[in-house]
Design a binder for this molecule. Structure first.
Ligand SMILES: [Zn+2]
Ligand SMILES: [Zn+2]
Length: 185
């Protein structure tokens, strides 16, 4: 059966600003964090809200600050999706084994333990692919990117970088006009 699914990001809300190195502008910039609700959809019908995510964009160029890294994250995403697929197969095999009491992959007389072994094999394969993808993702940063990023001074919190209003409090400054937290770390 063709199952069309995916996710929507709904109800965007600007929540915070912070200093960040923009790989597109190649300069320190103010990044704006937008929080959205991630909702899984099945045949384009939203069915399940799963998480809140905050996406950061550069206030100068509008791109995600890490957009120009050497290894795009989308390449590792494919591996992660495949790992998730293997994990789903593993769960499917486990459920089928428990329901039928035999190995669902074997013709006729497969024993239950073989079904469990097959499910475990797929689970281990899924884990290996996921580990590989996450390791590549960590290495995806350009050499020197981490250093240059850490060298960006944090926002002072004296004034809102979006509207310029002066902030009254230095601890957890928040601009009431822009409705954003000003992150100073
Ligand atoms: Zn930029
Ligand atoms: Zn403001």
């Amino acid at each position: 059966m063709l199952l069309l699914h995916g996710h929507y990001k709904l109800f965007p809300r600007r929540v915070a600003v912070r200093a960040e190195w923009c790989t597109v502008c190649k300069a320190p910039r103010v990044a704006v964090g937008t929080r959205r609700l991630v909702v899984l959809h099945l045949f384009w019908i939203p069915v399940l809200p799963v998480a809140r995510v905050t996406d950061w964009t550069c206030s100068s160029c509008g791109a995600p600050p890490a957009a120009r890294l050497a290894t795009p994250r989308s390449r590792t995403r494919g591996i992660l999706v495949f790992a998730a697929f293997l994990g789903a197969v593993s769960v499917g095999l486990l459920v089928a084994t428990l329901l039928t009491g035999r190995d669902p992959l074997a013709e006729g007389e497969g024993r239950m333990s073989e079904g469990f072994a097959a499910a475990a094999t797929f689970l281990v394969m899924s884990g290996i692919f996921a580990w590989h993808a996450l390791r590549r993702r960590r290495q995806a940063a350009d050499p020197g990117f981490v250093e240059v990023r850490e060298a960006v001074p944090p926002l002072s919190g004296d004034a809102c970088p979006l509207c310029g209003d002066l902030m009254l409090t230095r601890s957890n400054p928040r601009c009431p006009r822009c409705q954003v937290d000003i992150l100073t770390f």
